[in-house]
Design a protein around this ligand. Structure first.
Ligand code: IPE
Ligand code: IPE
Ligand code: MG
Length: 264
């Protein structure tokens, strides 16, 4: 079988429609070997999107939820294996209570609307973040989705919820220190992999591509360890307006980059 035949068979195995394949052939949708396995997104700009339209900030968050659905489908369509979405940071508690309360209800709302389709599409829902402080109703909704999708084998949709990277790394360091103090491990033999295993992303590959929307050029305490060698892509577009085509633009640029990891 020629290269084209093999490629086509691989695509068919993923249940692509004829239309999908045609769009890949014409380059409308990125395809090929070097699709990023793990895409992480800092979904930013909901508040400014709303403000520009004379709407309350929460309207921006609501609209952002629709973008989550859209981008999950788009990522799945091109063969991304893990999509991590930064939904709420450990610093976001500083916001007014009404906004925080609204944000804490969004996972329930999203999942009550979308869980059926996520299951149908073989998506596995995961959560990465500190469970403490999250309201019971938020945790219950997320854990139910995690449980109901645990046996799925498709795209991993990983929500970073009450996530902060410094806290995550501190906890990993504490756990290794406890094990060392208990004589279970030798501190001189701790490897990068041992540290990584204790991070909240343990078991997932590191992100290949990081996207941040809304024009901010910072990490805001997101995956500091895991992003060491990721490719970064920034856009001025606010998260509620982030479309399939924006994701595909980012992926196409990723495909053109040379990842050298310090080598030549
Ligand atoms: C991102 O949008 C969503 C969260 C941080 C929860 P923002 O709410 O940060 O929107 P801006 O940055 O204020 O526009
Ligand atoms: C980062 O956005 C957190 C999320 C997208 C969930 P922020 O809007 O909280 O970041 P800063 O405050 O501008 O750094
Ligand atoms: Mg913001």
């Amino acid at each position: 079988m020629g290269l084209f035949g093999k490629w086509l068979r691989k695509l068919r195995a993923r249940d692509y429609t004829k239309n999908d394949i045609e769009q890949m052939r014409t380059g409308e949708v990125p395809s090929g070997e070097n699709i990023p396995k793990h895409v992480a997104i800092i979904m930013d700009g909901n508040g400014r999107w709303a403000k520009e339209r004379g709407l309350p900030r929460i309207a921006g968050h609501h609209s952002g939820m629709k973008a989550v659905k859209r981008i999950t489908k788009a990522a799945d369509r091109i063969g991304v294996e893990v999509l991590t979405l930064y939904a709420f940071s450990t610093e976001n508690w500083k916001r007014p209570k009404a906004e925080v309360d609204f944000l804490m209800k969004l996972p329930q709302e999203f999942l009550s609307l979308e869980l059926g389709e996520l299951i149908e599409n073989n998506v596995q829902v995961k959560m990465m973040g500190n469970r403490n402080l999250l309201p019971d109703h938020t945790i219950a909704a997320v854990e139910d989705a995690v449980r109901q999708t645990a046996h799925n084998t498709g795209l991993i949709l990983n929500f970073a919820l009450n996530y902060g990277s410094r806290h995550e790394m501190l906890e990993a360091a504490k756990e290794l220190a406890r094990q060392a103090a208990a004589g279970k491990i030798n501190p001189d033999e701790i490897e990068e992999e041992d540290f990584e295993r204790h991070l909240l992303s343990g078991g997932l590959p590191n992100p290949d591509l990081l996207i941040r929307t809304s024009g901010e050029l910072r990490l805001s305490n997101f995956m500091l360890w895991q992003l060491a060698y990721s490719e970064f892509w920034f856009t001025e577009v606010y998260w509620p307006e982030f479309s399939d085509q924006h994701l595909y633009d980012a992926v196409r640029e990723y495909q053109r980059r040379a990842r050298r990891y310090g080598g030549l």
